[in-house]
Design a protein. Structure first.
Length: 267
């Protein structure tokens, strides 16, 4: 019996990268999964985004663990679509215990990307928590919510372009969301935390555009290479999250948790 047997987790951005790693890890610990992803391209994002085939691969990987999964394409910017996708999963599984608000984009060098990155990385997380907390509250079983921020949500790490500044602003904004919801939901035994990874080996990072941006950031920082943060596999982040949402983390709420090999501490 896994640490999450009988639980149900709602995960956004689940088609690949960290979202897929969360889905597979939580499923391996016994949780059933409600997975959503846009599975389409956003014009300001210069690297290929996830596809329906990626989401189908996540479904197979989850099912291979023996867990159940309900997966749908949905845009976190569209609250109504997100609510519909979540409702299908809750109707299927009968409950909701865990929310991983993971969907995000990184149009870091985009001059016109401010609105897109704010809409996805900040407003999309607000939508995810807003629709997800309601069935949790109604059920009265408590729960755990994790918001995926970044080291860029704890330090002033950004280039001058609007997309990069917007990314840092959105990731900082998640800290405010987390702290507010931790206070609002704490009396209902719903814990809320944010995680702050450094570089993670996912398609969002492992592409020519993002690597060029990271190299430019390294030069701007006088050789204190941002690429040195790229030491973490998505599964490492998922292992931490699985612990955080399990009973082992039951006394942890309102925390900004770096997963960064000490990067923030060295700043």
């Amino acid at each position: 019996m896994g640490s999450l047997t009988g639980k149900v987790a709602f995960i956004t951005g689940a088609a690949r990268g960290q979202g897929r790693a969360h889905a597979v890890k939580l499923a391996s610990e016994g949780a059933d999964i409600i997975a959503v992803d846009l599975c389409d391209q956003i014009a300001s994002v210069p690297y290929p985004m996830a596809t329906p085939d990626d989401l189908a691969a996540t479904v197979k990987l989850v099912e291979d663990t023996g867990a159940r999964i309900v997966a749908n394409q949905a845009d976190v910017r569209d609250r109504a679509a997100l609510k519909t996708a979540l409702k299908q999963g809750v109707d299927e599984f009968g409950r909701l215990d865990i929310i991983i608000a993971n969907a995000g984009i990184a149009p870091m060098a985009g001059e016109d990307a401010w609105q897109d990155v704010i809409d996805v990385n900040l407003t999309g997380v607000y939508h995810t928590v807003d629709v997800g907390m309601r069935p949790m509250i109604k059920a009265g079983n408590g729960g755990a919510i994790v918001l995926t921020s970044s080291v860029a949500g704890l330090v002033g790490l950004a280039a001058p372009q609007a997309g990069s500044i917007g990314y840092a602003a959105a990731k900082h904004g998640l800290v405010g969301l987390m702290r507010v919801y931790a206070n609002l939901l704490g009396s209902l035994n719903i814990r809320v935390n944010s995680i702050h990874p450094g570089g993670v080996r996912t398609p969002m990072v492992e592409n020519e555009f993002t690597r060029t941006w990271l190299e430019a950031m390294a030069n701007n920082e006088g050789g204190a290479s941002s690429i040195q943060m790229e030491t973490v596999e998505a599964e490492d982040i998922a292992n931490t999250v699985a612990w955080l949402v399990s009973d082992a983390g039951r006394h942890i709420s309102g925390v900004t948790l770096p997963i960064d090999d000490g990067y923030v501490n060295r700043r």
